[in-house]
Write a protein that binds this ligand. Sequence first.
Ligand SMILES: [Zn+2]
Length: 72
Amino acid sequence: MATYDDWKVFKWYCPNCGNLVSGCQNGNGEIKVLCKKCSTKMIRLIRSSVHETIEVYAPDEQADDCDYRNAI
Ligand SMILES: [Zn+2]
């Protein structure tokens, strides 16, 4: 049976545009979120009680002209 912790809502600000995003954990312990403002995809992984990772995927239209790619 689902406990209260299973339905905890995680909120943070989109690193790309600053919009407040929120999501719930799925069965794999990931929180997958799509920013409604800039379409950035994020996957937040709870590694332990003191370690979290947020993977950020820029929207396609920003990928081609980002500074990182231009520098290579
Ligand atoms: Zn955003």
